[in-house]
Every structure is written in C-alpha cells, then in structure tokens.
Unconditional design. Structure first.
Length: 135
C-alpha cells in the first residue's frame, strides 16, 4: 500500500529536507501541489540546494568564502606535513584541500579572489619543508 511504501522509504522523515522552486505554470498553481511538496516551496528570491549546490539568487562570494573557510579548517588540521615528501604533500593537497572544492566546480564558477587564496594555501602546503615549486 501507499502508506507502507512511504514508511519504507522514510518519505515522512525527508519532508523537512525537501526544497522546491516553482517555475513556469506551477509558479501560479502552487495550490494544486500535494501538501508534502507544497510545504517545501521556497519563497521568491530564497535560494535552495540541489544535490548540495545552491540554486537561485544568493551571494556567491559569501557562499564560496564559507566553503573556503571549511577547506582551510581541513588544511589546518593536517599535521606532519613537513615530514612528508613533495609527492606526499601533493597527494594530501589534492585529496584533502582541493577535494573540499572540487564537487562544486562542476556546476559553479569560483571567484578569482577565492582562487588566489586557495593558490596561496596550496603553495604553503607544498613548501612545508622549504621546497619551492617553480612559478
């Protein structure tokens, strides 16, 4: 039955996580939607997340700064970099630091200021023992 399948898929637990933006004809016909969807409709101008990616009108620079701070915290938690080879530091840089941003780069454009900050942090990681990468 419908109730059993809903319970099995935790549809009721996920209701509060659902975010919906109405477009086209549905924008003016929200009253026709089921309650489970209507309750998650975002107000005009309010951004939503789709698979973790923000969608709608929002301050992109502030969003990227928040992501950058998260990546920087991950970088700060890395210990013992000075004892690793340049190859080891590069592997850590790729997985732990760049990995904090990679997912969103498939769907969003990173501001140049954020790119510059990430490059400076990457140089610090690679130069942990005083080895300087070529410019």
């Amino acid at each position: 039955t419908r109730k059993e399948s809903s319970a099995a898929s935790d549809v009721y637990k996920r209701q509060g996580k659902r975010e919906v933006v109405l477009v086209g004809a549905l924008k003016h016909a929200a009253h026709t939607l089921p309650d489970t969807i209507r309750n998650g409709v975002a107000k005009d101008g309010e951004p939503i997340r789709t698979l973790g990616v923000p969608f709608g009108e929002f301050d992109e620079l502030a969003w990227w700064m928040k992501r950058y701070r998260i990546g920087k915290q991950r970088r700060a938690s890395l210990i013992g970099l000075a004892h690793r080879s340049i190859t080891g530091r590069n592997m850590i840089l790729q997985s732990k630091f760049y990995g904090s941003f990679r997912y969103w780069l498939f769907s969003m454009i990173m501001p140049n200021g954020i790119i510059d900050m990430i490059e400076e942090d990457a140089k610090r990681i690679l130069c942990a023992m005083g080895v300087r990468p070529s410019p």
